[in-house]
Write a protein that binds this ligand. Structure first.
Ligand SMILES: Cc1cc2nc3c(=O)[nH]c(=O)nc-3n(C[C@H](O)[C@H](O)[C@H](O)COP(=O)(O)OP(=O)(O)OC[C@H]3O[C@@H](n4cnc5c(N)ncnc54)[C@H](O)[C@@H]3O)c2cc1C
Length: 542
């Protein structure tokens, strides 16, 4: 056994959630130890869309440009095509804009109803690589790749954990806090005895990640991001160069021990059209689930990401929700470690994030049902028929898909995240705008996500925010000073941002708005009756 290690925060799991959490802690000046059981980051593509609001958060870590550099080039659409096969006929298309097109649309959108940053196509393998290299470069993050967390418990006001490395070498870690970001089969969650409830594994998918430069055949229906066959086959364009992923729904029962066999043959059979394959990068069987943990942790041991919520990939909510957890928890943990955060801060993590995990899990299932209905509706013969009945059948499928196109058009899910009953949010006045899955109504109501707009070439209002709290002063109110003084007294990092631009003042309703480091509103108003009470609540000490 190697000697014990001491750290304020131990993170188990270096997937997207753990990597981002470590980065947020470091950005707030807090050390952590990141233990990842695998010696290298994932080779499996998995996540392939990072939503605009996640890109806004990642920009606060100054990692957005690097992710865009390695991700899919900005001119390519996010189009989703539905067809019986590569040869068509196309029965439906969700037209989804490229990064360039979305960026142009966001620049014209002046009402704050959209995120400030466009979305990004990017495989999880690349996302993890970029974030891991960033963590390795950061002197505040002690990265231990190839070390798995074996056991953990809370003892005498700290956490003790055992890590096991190569050759069964083991070490003990004493940490102020342990965060289990160790994925769907979380060891940390199991150690705490916390159950997951929802829709367990209900089918099997075969995945083959392969290289092919054969655009002539793969793009027979035109460029696409996702192509869904009626047979339960999906093709994902990973980089618009030569990398693709094939997913095949094999159903709840597997009839063969090795359903993929030769991955090349498997791809050719599934695509039904000969294509040139120049390499197989990975293949596996995976099982989607939609589950939520009964609790997000206990005491000094907390959980985040897939360790507390698993989702069907339809909509791309899994990692994006995990990033939301990491940004929510990261500043709170840092505040507690640095001494300015009160106890309620950590309690608020579950109160704020579990309802979001539950909602997104449920909507990922709703999205999946659309695909199941499309497949059930499609008649294999009629869809190909050169007849009036065939035309009518294809039109009916197209109408169904057009009427159910919310999978990647759900700003309500991606952006309208509200922490209504949070103990660290000041009780807002007035009625909240109604929640709607497809839209985001900008508001400065406490608990809601702060609104953002583009203010210049590659610049949004959020770029003027501080790394900690920001007091957006859209009314040049003399009482702002009382909040600034209160923050200084409590040690809260706060940037006082006086907004001059008339559009931004209007967007912030000519009020004073206290925005948290995770871009949620802690308080807003035009008079500061009790600055100390606002600050105490925002820092979890009320
Ligand atoms: C086909 C597919 C497509 C997807 N598409 C999207 C998408 O477009 N958008 C989206 O947001 N999400 C998507 N997802 C979901 C996304 O992949 C997950 O939500 C995301 O990986 C969760 O990140 P995580 O860090 O919480 O967990 P994980 O990625 O599972 O990472 C957990 C990490 O912990 C490590 N670990 C496990 N046990 C231990 C231990 N005992 N000690 C130390 N380390 C340990 C693991 O090795 C792993 O690196 C998709 C998933 C799939 C399968």
């Amino acid at each position: 056994m190697t000697p014990a290690l001491d750290t304020p925060v131990l993170i188990a799991g270096g997937g997207p959630t753990g990597l981002v959490l470590a980065s947020v802690l470091a950005a707030n000046g807090v050390n952590c130890l990141l233990a990842e059981r695998n010696p290298s980051t994932t080779r499996f593509p998995k996540m392939d869309i990072t939503h605009g609001p996640s890109m806004e958060l990642l920009r606060r870590l100054s990692v957005d440009q690097e992710l865009r550099r390695v991700g899919v080039a900005s001119q390519f659409s996010f189009d989703v095509i539905f067809a019986p096969g590569l040869n068509g006929p196309e029965v439906g298309r969700w037209r989804l804009p490229s990064v360039d097109e979305q960026r142009a649309a966001l620049a014209k959108s002046v009402d704050g109803s959209r995120p400030g940053q466009p979305w990004q196509r990017l495989s999880q393998a690349l996302f993890e690589k970029v974030l891991m290299e960033r963590c390795q470069r950061d002197p505040l993050i002690d990265v231990h790749q190839g070390w798995r967390l074996e056991s953990c418990s809370e003892i005498d006001g700290a956490v003790e954990a055992t890590l096991v490395g190569a050759g069964d070498d083991s070490t003990t870690v004493r940490a102020g806090y342990l965060i289990g970001c160790d994925g769907a089969s979380s060891r940390v969650r199991n150690e705490l005895g916390i159950a997951m409830t929802g829709a367990p594994e209900f089918t099997h998918f075969a995945l083959v990640h392969f290289r092919s430069p054969d655009m002539a055949n793969l793009h027979a229906l035109g460029q696409f991001w996702h192509l869904f066959f009626t047979s339960g086959v999906a093709v994902i364009a990973q980089d618009e160069v030569d990398t693709w992923t094939l997913h095949v729904d094999l159903g709840p029962e597997l009839s063969e021990e090795d359903p993929i066999g030769d991955p090349r043959e498997f791809v050719l059979r599934a695509l039904g059209r000969p294509i040139e394959i120049t390499g197989v990068l990975a293949s596996s069987i995976w099982r989607p689930t939609a589950l939520l943990a009964d609790s997000y942790g206990r005491g000094r041991i907390l959980l985040a990401g897939d360790a507390v919520h698993t989702m069907i990939p339809t909509g791309g909510y899994g990692m994006n929700t995990g990033l939301g957890d990491a940004f929510n928890l990261g500043w709170k943990l840092a505040a507690v470690v640095r001494g300015w955060g009160g106890q309620t801060l950590l309690d608020s993590y579950e109160q704020e994030r579990r309802p979001v995990g539950e909602r997104n899990r449920d909507v990922s299932l709703e999205n999946a049902v659309v695909h199941l209905q499309y497949r059930a509706m499609a008649d294999g013969d009629l869809i190909m028929a050169d007849s009036a009945d065939g035309t009518a059948h294809r039109a009916a499928l197209g109408e169904f898909l057009a009427a159910n196109d919310g999978e990647n058009l759900s700003l309500g899910i991606e952006l309208d995240v509200r922490y209504d009953n949070s103990p660290i949010v000041c009780t807002p006045d007035g009625q909240a705008p109604p929640w709607d899955r497809r839209t985001f109504v900008p508001t400065v109501r406490a608990g809601h996500r702060a609104p953002n707009i583009v203010v210049g070439p590659d610049e949004t209002l959020f770029d003027s925010f501080g790394p900690g709290f920001t007091l957006v002063d859209a009314c040049r109110h003399p009482e702002a000073k009382r909040l600034v003084d209160g923050a200084v007294l409590s040690g809260i990092p706060l940037h006082h941002l006086v907004v001059e631009d008339s559009r931004c003042r209007e967007l912030y309703e000519n009020q004073l708005v206290l925005v948290r480091p995770d871009l949620h509103i802690a308080w807003s108003g035009t008079t500061v009756t009790d600055a100390a009470a606002i600050i105490e609540r925002a820092r979890g000490a009320a």
